[in-house]
Write a protein that binds this ligand. Structure first.
Ligand code: SAH
Length: 394
């Protein structure tokens, strides 16, 4: 196949020579040919050296590199990459084990598949394209998934309406590429939950908190737990298994609360330790009193773009300040930020200033991040997005 050729401006080849997988539109000198949105293109240095091949797109990131050596972007490439990703999840003890069938199979740049996310829930793959190129390749990728997973795979649900650049007018529609089962029960560390990939947020479940939930379980015994921003209740049922005295789950979304209640019931039928409230976080935190000695704050991304960073940091400070003010002496706070534009340092600073405001003695017990099935490509540090602190409040 003949690919269009993208030539870079002088010096703009440097980041690609260090294997960073993005070409920004401002780095392009000229293009030979007229690539369509999502078409694969070859990228060259000003001196004509081959740099990589990847998906072209109109926008700030103009090319997402799929390979730094010359090779066609075809079915064989998808199968090889997905096989490599699957092998890693087996090495991690997440795939093909009895008490866990929930994991991220493909984490974009972290699996050398920029623009593609695939989460596995039992025998369903939920696939999300963040680039036009991955959208166009979705059927080929679905075939590759079937090749790699074989009989373990029964459904592929494609969910990209909200993640694709709408200006590209790709006509993306959410729906099944394979199979058609609507609801599925998945299992994480031996705990069960319903996943609603059609109506739920993201791909249906926040897979990235698995290890942090397991850590929480270790601290839960005898404690009064508040799971703020609970979504489907993940942290709540780990706390219950860990022996919490009571667990209160709060989320502003009534649908999330309904799912949490259903999931708690699935794991702990009739257990009166759990209560769930559909309420705004700040309202609940103001009225809740000081009964909790284990609090989880896992808010949605406060900043999706750099220009709102300042407001986001204020948001984290305010949220954490209320928790420091109200948590019982000897309490433990699990606090998170999943905003990619908020750095580890900035998040820590926001939590530090909240701590200082409370004048309480506070120690850092753990510094948390995303789990290994959300790997960070060493050449693409932007892939690190989840940050968490576990704090002991005297
Ligand atoms: N901790 C969850 C994931 C949290 S996602 C887990 O382990 O799965 C963030 C959640 O915050 C979403 O469910 C969203 O509905 C909720 N949310 C957003 N704004 C909120 C607000 N102002 N008050 C309470 N919940 C809110």
């Amino acid at each position: 196949m003949n690919y269009c050729k993208v030539f870079l401006k002088p010096k703009k080849e440097e980041s690609l020579l260090r294997f960073h997988p993005w070409v920004f539109s401002g780095a392009i000198h000229h293009i030979e040919g007229h690539p369509a949105e999502g078409e694969s293109v070859e990228v060259y240095a000003p001196d004509g050296r081959f740099l990589g091949i990847g998906h072209y797109q109109i926008g700030s990131i103009a090319v997402r590199i799929l390979s730094f050596t010359p090779q066609p972007v075809d079915a064989a490439l998808w199968t090889k990459r997905i096989q490599t990703a699957y092998d890693l999840r087996q090495t991690l003890g997440l795939a093909g084990v009895p008490d866990n069938d929930t994991y991220r199979l493909v984490h974009g740049e972290g699996d050398n598949l920029p623009g593609l996310v695939i989460d596995m829930y039992a025998h369903t793959a939920v696939m999300q394209a963040h680039s036009a190129g991955m959208h166009i390749a979705r059927h080929e990728i679905a075939e590759a998934l079937k090749n790699v997973l074989g009989a373990r795979l029964k459904n592929i649900y494609y969910k990209s309406e909200a993640t694709l650049p709408y200006k590209a007018n790709l006509g993306a529609e959410d729906g099944y590429l394979y199979g058609n089962e609507v609801e599925d029960i998945a299992c994480e560390n031996g705990l069960k939950f319903y996943v609603d990939w059609q109506k739920g947020q993201k791909t249906g479940f926040f897979v990235d908190q698995r290890e942090n939930r397991a850590l929480l379980e270790r601290y839960a015994k005898g404690r009064s737990v508040l799971n703020m921003f609970c979504y489907t209740g993940g942290f709540s049922f780990y706390a219950m298994r860990g022996g919490a005295a009571l667990v209160h789950s709060v989320d502003s979304s009534a649908k999330a609360i309904a799912l949490t209640t259903k999931n708690v019931e699935l794991n702990f039928p009739g257990d009166s330790r759990h209560e769930a409230y559909a309420e705004d976080a700040f309202k609940y935190l103001e009225r809740m009193g000081n009964k909790y000695d284990l609090i989880i704050l896992d808010p949605p991304a406060f900043a999706k773009h750099k220009d709102v960073l300042r407001n986001a940091l204020q948001g984290y400070r305010k949220l954490n300040a209320i928790a420091f003010e109200k948590i019982k002496p000897g309490g433990i706070l699990f606090t998170f930020s999943c905003s990619q534009v908020v750095s580890k340092e900035n998040f820590r600073l926001a939590v530090f200033s909240a701590a200082a405001q409370s004048s309480r003695k506070i120690r850092i017990l753990h510094q948390l991040t995303q789990p290994a099935d959300h790997p960070v490509n060493i050449y693409h540090p932007e892939g690190e997005y989840l940050k968490g602190l576990v704090l002991y409040v005297e």
